[in-house]
Design a protein around this ligand. Sequence first.
Ligand code: NI
Length: 167
Amino acid sequence: MALLPILRYPDPRLHTRATKVAVVDAAIQRLAADMAETMYEAPGIGLAATQVNQHVQVIVIDVSEDRSRLLTLINPEILERSGECEGEEGCLSVPGIYETVARAERVRVRALGLDGQPFELAAEGMLAVCIQHEIDHLQGKVFVEYLSRLKQARIRSRLEKRSRITA
Ligand code: NI
């Protein structure tokens, strides 16, 4: 396993649309394992392949307190959304920024697991929000794009300044 470098907003590669995984083979399983290690190390509760510059539809999530419930979703598709909720979100690609985003409160998702078999999952609360956030990444969307243009511009300039200092 290996830690993967995470792209930082406003890196334009974060706006790439990921393609569907054709076959869940050893390379995809390895990518998912490396992504999980990267997510736990960061630490974060979710990571999309887009964020590690791999543009295939793979996400890893673990919203459990003790980091024991790793969920890998390949080619995830939202079948149903219901309810509304607003909560503060952050993102490993937008470090230090937390903003309120409106999301569906519950989602039903279909995906392939690491074994290549399809399954469905009903999620609510933080897990539902996280799934929506990560699927957005696969579609090239970063959560700050839900904010006003003014806020986005402020976040961009703050992160650009920071990367000049740490680069
Ligand atoms: Ni994110």
